[in-house]
Design a protein around this ligand. Sequence first.
Ligand code: ATP
Ligand code: MG
Length: 563
Amino acid sequence: MTHLDTEMSQGSDFIRTIIKDDILSDKHKGKVATRFPPEPNGYLHIGHAKSICLNFGIAEEFNGATCNLRFDDTNPEKEEVEYIEAIKDDVTWLGFHWHGDIHYASDYFEDLYAYAVQLIKAGKAYVCSLSADEIREYRGTLTEPGKDSPYRNRSVEENLDLFERMRKGEFDEGSHILRAKIDMASPNINLRDPAIYRIRKAEHHRTGDAWCIYPMYDYTHCISDAMEGITHSLCTLEFEDHRPLYNWVLETLKTPCHPQQIEFSRLNLSYTLMSKRKLLQLVSEGHATGWDDPRMPTISGLRRRGYTPRSIRKFCERIGISKKESRIDVGVLEACLRDDLNENAPRVMGVLEPLKVVIENYPENQVEEMDMMNHPQKPEMGTRKLPFSKVIYIERSDFMEDPPKKFFRLGPGREVRLRSAYYITCTQVVKDPATGDILELICTYDPESRGGATPDNRKVKGTIHWVSALHAIPAEIRLYDRLFMEDNPEKGGADFRASLNPDSLTLIPKAMIEHTLAQAGPGYIVQFERQGYFCVDARDSKPDHLVFNRTVTLKDTWAKINQ
Ligand code: ATP
Ligand code: MG
């Protein structure tokens, strides 16, 4: 009997179907155990979020199921503690919890070694002393079988002796490797006596210099899964051809548990890259300011940009799980974010490019408190008071000196509604005599129109946002656009650097925003009315120098451009 409840799972995709069937047939004795196995060689990206939502999601959905977090740390050179911490933060931020302690493949180094000795004793592994070039040569190609290594028939005793001396550090890197003895003529290259141990005289972040031989990924992964009692080992499609090796190792070693490897297609997203190695390159070459640059598709970049865990989880749910390779339009991710922020972000006033307006008939020292709703569709989010005074700022783009007929904002002699305040009419445009630049506008207001009331049924179509000059506070605003100009920055093998968008960041040094944001802390997200969603930058914003990132625009401007 199983204590797992198949009804719990909301999602339905081929993997969840397999799991439900396994529960019904009690294949895994009442257990469902998945794992998320990142290599700590970079920060997680949105593609990893797909895998996280799948693995941890299954653990949440099926009663009694578990998901381990395991660092696949078999590569001593490239791995850093910084990445481990960042990965833990990202998983937690997404709202998931790993089962029990964190696992490390390096915890199993001793077991992996013992298993390798077992393989040697069974005549299923041998020490090969060909050079790397020779090994490549002997491997054959997709169309030609490989050739047996001359060392393939070393005796068990000789192999045991050499392998032990490899461990002791008697040999140089590259002089010997341990290989599984499978089939050099296999049509699957992964089965042509793959390497399972190599010599690396490198310090490991957890085991220090205890080891100078390190197990290979394919060999390590299946054994780690088995040792943790994983039932369903979910990975991306590029591992499909490795599955026979995964199974060979576990069958040959007769491990007590034999997890089922199931592959699904990886996430590819338009206008960005999805590989830690390439993302590292963006950082190290200075195309991005760091792994958490708000333009990066990393989870830390998305977080700093203002993405919410809810929006990312919604996105992963929406794209689903299948075996079909595809490239998802980044607009889908942005739409999930907009849906969430539209629901939840409070509305505030922020003038990105301020144009000063003096209201000539407004009393000199008067300040009125205007009632503003924090969310027009959600009265439960409350109201706030916004001061109004004689000098205000409006958006420069809300004024045109010579406006076309359909421009329903401000122009000479035209009237516009200030959101939740008064109607104003532009009476004069003050310019710099030398440059002709507009310095300020002189307007009059209609005292009868307070709070948007229409005194005599006259038509005023446009409503614009504003802040009181006396009360508003300055803020730096960073407007982000896509990092790449090409849908697929690597199309046809192109160097992705050629399609970097030179305008992916626009700085607005001094926007004027409403005073209620003076205390806004890192990560706080608002909608600046009519402008978009913005988030207090977690790294650079200071109480005396607020910095906001534009999270996303109100509408998908790209959808229009591409029509
Ligand atoms: P990258 O190519 O970006 O370095 P990786 O696959 O080498 O990614 P790992 O740290 O090995 O990174 O990945 C951990 C898990 O996340 C693996 O199970 C992997 O299949 C999955 N994963 C990685 N990239 C994606 C993606 N784009 N879509 C879905 N899952 C992914
Ligand atoms: Mg990898």
